[in-house]
Design a protein around this ligand. Structure first.
Ligand SMILES: CC(C)(COP(=O)(O)OP(=O)(O)OC[C@H]1O[C@@H](n2cnc3c(N)ncnc32)[C@H](O)[C@@H]1OP(=O)(O)O)[C@@H](O)C(=O)NCCC(=O)NCCS
Length: 209
């Protein structure tokens, strides 16, 4: 499986181990001090696999293998994985893959279903943004399944991501993906609520979204 195909960006189904919880089950934002973001370490491999392998394998025949390969090669490939934990419970993660020429792919952003709507996705993305600005990255992009792009865009667009392309059948027949991109030059626009609403409107109006 290619790095592109293995991102969780087209996750439409929650992992089997995670009971689905409606948004109303959320208990407000995770308290500032309770949420800890930290870099992945090899000792975390088991918990990361447990969090996301079911989803990967449901989506891709070799998704589990891709993840295990990725976990072994972060440093070599210039990739970065950040974990979000409360206590010792792993609740979410990002995987970023350097693409060269000042570009990076947000290969994975995932928050465990019962923990969503509590600010964990925002904290993870903010952490990526801090790194991208520090590293003077020109562009970051993500591909998201058309089926889930509406909710994912609610997180990404206010942070400066904008609609780049709709790629029909990108990962197989009917597997349409939306490319959202962030650029250092364009990030100012996200402070403009009108711009954000316009972007969200464009994304919502994509046929099939
Ligand atoms: C997208 C995702 C990472 C968001 O994580 P999260 O922890 O729920 O995000 P947050 O709680 O920080 O919410 C982010 C913003 O989106 C909004 N939002 C999130 N889910 C929402 C929903 N179902 N309805 C309305 N708004 C929603 C929040 O209100 C928040 O906006 P605010 O800051 O103005 O309040 C998470 O839903 C997820 O993992 N989705 C599945 C995997 C996936 O598709 N990955 C992304 C593509 S690569």
């Amino acid at each position: 499986m290619s790095t592109r195909a293995a991102g969780l960006c087209d996750v439409a189904v929650p992992p089997a181990h995670a009971p689905s919880a409606p948004a109303t089950a959320c208990q407000g934002r995770v308290a500032r001090g309770a949420l800890r973001l930290r870099p992945y370490e090899p000792a975390d491999a088991g918990r990361v696999v447990q969090l996301v392998t079911d989803v990967l394998e449901r989506l891709y025949p070799t998704g589990g293998e891709w993840l295990e390969r990725k976990l072994r090669s972060f440093e070599r490939e210039g990739a970065r994985c950040t974990l979000a934990e409360v206590g010792s419970t792993l609740l979410g993660l990002t995987i970023e893959t350097v693409k060269g020429l000042g570009r990076c792919k947000l290969s994975t952003i995932w928050v465990d279903e019962p923990a969503r709507g509590r600010g964990i996705g925002t904290a993870l993305l903010d952490s990526c943004l801090v790194g991208w600005r520090r590293e003077l990255l020109n562009e970051a992009y993500v591909t998201v399944s058309l089926q889930v792009v509406g909710v994912v865009a609610l997180l990404l667009v206010p942070k400066g991501f904008q609609l780049r392309a709709l790629e029909r059948d990108r990962y197989g027949a009917g597997r349409d993906e939306v490319v959202l991109a962030w650029s250092r030059a364009g990030q100012v626009a996200s402070a403009d609520r009108g711009w954000v609403n316009e972007q969200l409107g464009q994304i919502r109006s994509l046929p099939g979204a």
